[in-house]
Ligand binder design. Structure first.
Ligand code: FAD
Length: 465
């Protein structure tokens, strides 16, 4: 059993970080009782805002000695409850560790603290003609620490991959308080098992990340966005694999159904083009040579029209592109606005199976008598399947969600997919981990957790069933 945070522990925490960085009273604690997962809340006993790795180390030593849960937290914009203190204890916030320490133009690397907001990092490196591709739609609220812990992706993952493809070095504090340095400004490194890659996507359960070295690319000079409406959702889905089959790798291929487009309109008050279309694809192509962009655009447009697109709208200037992407980035907010009680999944299938996935989800919605809205990173096979409560009574909702979830997971696994592409297992999917990966893998994960955190104080009751 865990120990409660008592007056003696609070005094020790204040001695480590200063009284101004220790929060215990109700109103100030409220923002830390939840992340962006609908319906999940838990009160931490205390929130501690750290300013450096030394403080993190002292807190972890104290927590391990006294058996107090510690939940690392960055932007608090997660969608699986990872930063929620479901066992009470200390929320360890890295929000004050928000400095970009160095943009190293000789090595094309940037060194940051974990509380840097992802969008701020984008703007800082872009001002130097450099590019950090991972772009979760939450980029103006989430932080690099959270992105690393979740292995975050984003629309540009189709061409550029996800967070794990850019992390070259990490400083991290282990649950026993020891600080380790993993990797460095190294493009290649196979010195022993990659603990660095193990920490990426470990959801704050193995170590607290306190410093990060990320690889950068030259900023692409040219970009074009295409908005492609369809009067049949499965034609939009088919287009995705057809584009890939034609050996063009766009930067992003995003998918939205009509109800979601209209929910965005309702939120922003701005009319969307082709608002009545059954589904839309938003496709980005970037590069440095106009001829290549034009050739790729022609191939993509051909694939879209051959698969039944109603039109291919081209946004060549930045304001038009920004308008299209603004609506895309607001989708989750728009869904919450349209239906505040909902349940979002984050499934992933091979890209060629997206038509089968979307058709299967329609059948599941009909079988369970619920509305399900779909959108997401179709170019990665990653669809955010969102079940809406609408006017179902509480009892029905409590019954329908687990039943529909199991049906969705069963479908996804039968298509060669997995439960979550980027939002993580966290607190909300851990009961399904064994179903997804099998007992042998869960047992290996348990042993890894035990090796890092023998007292189970770092983000307990997350990931593992
Ligand atoms: C509107 C919206 C759009 C989104 N779009 C995307 C998207 O396109 N792609 C995507 O991948 N995700 C997306 N997300 C999910 C979410 O934003 C990402 O998972 C993001 O990486 C979370 O970062 P955060 O800083 O908010 O982390 P938090 O919510 O604070 O924490 C997330 C996890 O990281 C751990 N953690 C935080 N800091 C550290 C640290 N320093 N060391 C160790 N562990 C730590 C926490 O314990 C927790 O388990 C979206 C969310 C919303 C609300």
């Amino acid at each position: 059993m865990y120990k409660k945070v008592d007056a003696k522990i609070l005094a020790q925490l204040r001695a480590i970080v200063g009284a101004q960085n220790v929060i215990v009273d109700g109103e100030a604690l409220e923002p830390y009782t939840h992340d962006e997962t609908v319906g999940l809340r838990a009160d931490p006993e205390v929130v501690v805002k750290v300013e450096n790795a030394g403080q993190v180390s002292q807190i972890m030593k104290l927590a391990s000695r006294e058996l107090i849960p510690v939940v690392p937290r960055a932007g608090g914009y997660g969608l699986s409850g990872g930063a929620v203190a479901t066992c009470g204890g200390i929320v360890l916030s890295v929000e004050k560790m928000n400095r970009i320490l160095e943009i190293d133009k000789d090595n094309l690397m940037v060194t940051v603290e974990p509380g840097v907001i992802t969008g701020d990092l984008h703007r800082a490196v872009e001002a130097e003609g450099l590019f950090y591709p991972p772009d979760p739609a939450s980029l103006d609220s989430c932080c690099i620490g959270g992105n690393i812990a979740e292995g975050a992706g984003g629309p540009r993952a189709v061409k550029y991959g996800t967070t794990k493809d850019y992390v070259c070095g990490l400083e991290a504090v282990l649950p026993n308080g020891e600080t380790i340095q993993l990797g460095g400004k190294l493009v290649k490194n196979v010195t022993g098992y990659s603990l660095l890659q193990l920490l990426i996507g470990s959801e704050g359960t193995l170590a607290v990340v306190t410093r990060v070295i990320l690889r950068l690319l030259p900023l692409p000079k040219l970009r074009v966005d295409l908005l492609v409406p369809y009067d049949d959702f499965s034609a939009a889905a088919r287009t995705v694999s057809d584009i890939i089959r034609r050996r063009v790798v766009p930067t992003a291929i995003e998918f939205m159904e009509r109800d979601i487009v209209q929910a965005c309109e309702a939120l922003t008050g701005e009319k969307a083009p082709y608002r009545q279309a059954a589904a839309q694809l938003l496709i980005t192509i970037d590069g440095n040579h106009q001829e290549q962009i034009d050739a790729d655009m022609e191939t993509v447009a051909e694939a879209c029209l051959k698969n039944g697109a109603l039109d291919v709208l081209v946004a060549r200037d930045r304001p038009t592109s920004d308008r299209l992407w603004k609506a895309r980035r607001l989708i989750i907010e728009a869904i919450n606005h349209a239906c505040p009680v909902n349940h979002m999944e984050d499934v992933v299938v091979p890209r060629s199976r997206i038509p089968a996935l979307l058709t299967g989800i329609r059948e599941i919605a009909a079988q369970h008598g619920v509305r399900i809205w779909n959108f997401g990173h179709a170019g990665d096979g990653n669809v955010h399947v969102t079940i809406l409560k609408d006017d179902l009574d509480e009892g029905t909702w409590e019954r329908v969600v687990p039943a529909a979830r199991e049906a969705i997971y069963g479908l996804v696994l039968s298509l060669g997919g997995q439960l979550t592409a980027e939002h993580g297992i966290g607190a909300t999917r851990r009961e399904y981990l064994t179903m997804a990966v099998g007992e042998a893998q869960v047992e290996m994960m348990r042993r890894i957790k035990q090796a890092f955190d023998p007292h189970n104080v770092l983000n307990p009751a997350k990931v593992l069933p």
